[in-house]
Design a protein around this ligand. Structure first.
Ligand code: GLN
Length: 495
C-alpha cells in the first residue's frame, strides 16, 4: 500500500508537526490514490483537488508560522491541520456544488457552508471532494445515487451500504483518514459495518444540522467515519457543540473525547434479545457475540436487557421519515433553485421539474409521506407512529436505568451484491431493522469492525448509549480496539 495510506490520523498529525512531510505532500499522495482507485470505487460525486491543495498550502503556512514562533505550543495548532477529508454530498460547502445525489440539484452551488463542515475547515482540513450518497440520503446501498453506485472496497461486486456509502468506502480504501456522514436511520452505522470502519452517529442535536440538506428533520444526525474510535472521536468532537443557527442543537458542553486509559472495567453492557432475530446471518451473530465475550473478558459486566418495541421501529420509521421528507422536499419545485423544466402553467413547471429531477425511491417516499400526512389518515398513520416512537424511546430509557450501553449487530447480514435488492424496496428497508431505533429515540450509536464472514466481508458491531453519552461508547470501543486489530485490516486494492 502507498506509504501515506498506511498512516493513521495520529501518525499523519505527528508527521506534519515534526515536519517529516508537508500537508501539500500528504494531500498530493491522497489525490494520487483517489485518482488511481476512483474508477473502480466511485466514492465521489465531485472531486475538488484544487481546493484540497489550496487548503493544504494554507496548512503548511500555518505550520511554518508555528515552528518559527512557538514550537512548544502544539495546543495552539488547529486539531486537524493539513488532514485530507471527504464531505458527504448532502452537507453544504460554499462555492462547491452540492447535489444530494440527485439530478434535481445537479448544478446547485450553495451560498453558505454547513456548521459541521465549517468547524472542520476551521480545524484545518483539506477537502478532497464531496462523497457519493443515495439520493437525499434515502437508501441503504448508495445505489439510489443519480450519479451511479459506489463499490465496496472489500468486494467490488458488492454495495458499500448507504446512504453514506461513498464516505465509508473512501475510509475503508484508505483514500482519506476521515470522512463525514449523516445518519437518519442508519446511514453512518450500516455502511461503516459493511466497509469495516468505525462510524459514529452522535445524539440527535449534538452536531448542528445547519447546512445539512434535510431528509427527516427529527431524525437526521451528522457524524463521521474513521478507522478507529480514537480517530472518529477527534473528528466528531471538532464538529460537535451548540450552534445558534440550528434551534434543535443542544446547548450543552461537549466533554473531552480523550480516550487515554479507557477501560471496560465495570462497564455494564446490555444485550437485547430482540436484536438477535431469526434470519440473521449466522456469522454476523457469531462475530458480535464473540466481541461481547471479549468485552466481558476486559472487565465489562454483561447482562440481557429487553427493548420490547424494537419490531415496530421499521414500520414507524417508514412512516415518520417519508412524512418529514415529503414536507422537506416540497421546496424543490423548479422555481427557486435546482433543475427547471418548462411548462405552460405554474403547476406544469412543478410537475415536470419534480418528475424529471427526482429518482424513483425519492418519489416513492414523497408519495408514502404525503399519504400518511393527508387529512383523514394523519391520526391513523402519522399520529399512531409518533405514539409508538415514544414507546421505543421509553424502551431505551428503561434499559439505560440498568446498563451503561447496549451491544448488538448493526445489520442482519454483511454487504450484499449490487442489484440484489434494487427491485424489492421492502428487502432494502429490512437492512435497517437494527439501526432505526437509535434515530427514533435520538440516542447515539457507534459501529466498529469485529470480524469477517467466510467471504472475507467485514462484520460490524453496534453500541448504543444514553443521550449525549458518545464519550462512553467511544471509550468502550477504544478499549476493545486496544486489544484487537479488526479495525487495522484493509482491503487488497492492488487493482
Ligand atoms: N436506509 C434508511 C433510509 O433509507 C436510512 C437512511 C439514512 O440514515 N439516511 O431511510
Amino acid at each position: 500500500m502507498d506509504s501515506f495510506a498506511a498512516l493513521s490520523l495520529f501518525d499523519m498529525l505527528s508527521g506534519l508537526r515534526r515536519g517529516d512531510f508537508s500537508a501539500v505532500e500528504l494531500t498530493r499522495a491522497c489525490l494520487a490514490r483517489v485518482e488511481r482507485l476512483e474508477p473502480a470505487l466511485h466514492t465521489l460525486i465531485t472531486y475538488t483537488p484544487e481546493l484540497a491543495l489550496e487548503q493544504a498550502g494554507a496548512a503548511d503556512r500555518r505550520y511554518a508560522e508555528w515552528r518559527r514562533d512557538d514550537p512548544s505550543a502544539a495546543w495552539n495548532l488547529p486539531p486537524l491541520l493539513g488532514i485530507p477529508v471527504m464531505i458527504k454530498d448532502v452537507l453544504c460547502l460554499k462555492g462547491v456544488r452540492t447535489t444530494c445525489g440527485s439530478k434535481i440539484l445537479e448544478n446547485f452551488i450553495p451560498p453558505y457552508t454547513a456548521t459541521a463542515v465549517q468547524r472542520l475547515l476551521d480545524a484545518g482540513v483539506a477537502v478532497v471532494g464531496k462523497s457519493n450518497t443515495d439520493e437525499y440520503a434515502m437508501g441503504s446501498s448508495t445505489e439510489n445515487s443519480a450519479y451511479g453506485p459506489t463499490h465496496n472496497p472489500w468486494d467490488l461486486q458488492r454495495v458499500p451500504g448507504g446512504s453514506s456509502g461513498g464516505s465509508a468506502a473512501a475510509v475503508a480504501a484508505r483514500l482519506v483518514p476521515l470522512a463525514t456522514g449523516t445518519d437518519t436511520g442508519g446511514s453512518i452505522r450500516q455502511p461503516a459495518s459493511y466497509c469495516g470502519v468505525t462510524g459514529l452517529k452522535p445524539t440527535y442535536g449534538r452536531v448542528s444540522r445547519y447546512g445539512l440538506v434535510a431528509y427527516g428533520s427529527s431524525l437526521d444526525a451528522v457524524g463521521g467515519f474513521a478507522r478507529s474510535a480514537a480517530e472518529v472521536a477527534l473528528m466528531v468532537h471538532t464538529m460537535a457543540g451548540h450552534d445558534p443557527l440550528d434551534s434543535t442543537s443542544a446547548a450543552l458542553p461537549v466533554p473531552s473525547y480523550g480516550l487515554e486509559g479507557a477501560s471496560l472495567k465495570g462497564v455494564r453492557i446490555g444485550v437485547p434479545a430482540e436484536y438477535f432475530i431469526e434470519g440473521i446471518q449466522p456469522e454476523v451473530e457469531q462475530a458480535v457475540r464473540a466481541a461481547i465475550t471479549q468485552m466481558e473478558r476486559l472487565g465489562a459486566a454483561v447482562q440481557p436487557v429487553s427493548l420490547p418495541h424494537t419490531a415496530y421501529a421499521l414500520p414507524v420509521y417508514y412512516l415518520i421519515a417519508p412524512a418529514e421528507a415529503s414536507a422537506n422536499l416540497a421546496r424543490y419545485d423548479g422555481v427557486r433553485f435546482g433543475l427547471r423544466e418548462s411548462g405552460d402553467a405554474m403547476w406544469d413547471v412543478f410537475f415536470h421539474s419534480r418528475g424529471a429531477g427526482f429518482g424513483p425511491e425519492v418519489k416513492r417516499r414523497i408519495m408514502l409521506g404525503t399519504y400518511a400526512l393527508s387529512a383523514g389518515y394523519y391520526d391513523a398513520y402519522y399520529g399512531q407512529a409518533q405514539k409508538v416512537r415514544t414507546l421505543i424511546k421509553q424502551d431505551f430509557e428503561q434499559a439505560f436505568d440498568m446498563v451503561d450501553m447496549v451491544a448488538c449487530p448493526v445489520a442482519p447480514s454483511t454487504a450484499f451484491k449490487l442489484g440484489e435488492h434494487t427491485d424489492d424496496p421492502l428487502a432494502m428497508y429490512l437492512e435497517d431493522v437494527f439501526t432505526l431505533p437509535a434515530n427514533l429515540a435520538g440516542v447515539p450509536g457507534l459501529t466498529f469492525p469485529v470480524g469477517f464472514d467466510a467471504r472475507g466481508l467485514p462484520v460490524g458491531m453496534q453500541l448504543m448509549g444514553p443521550h449525549y453519552k458518545e464519550d462512553s461508547l467511544l471509550r468502550a470501543a477504544h478499549a476493545y480496539q486496544h486489544v484487537t486489530d479488526w479495525h487495522m485490516r484493509s482491503p487488497d486494492l492492488s487493482i
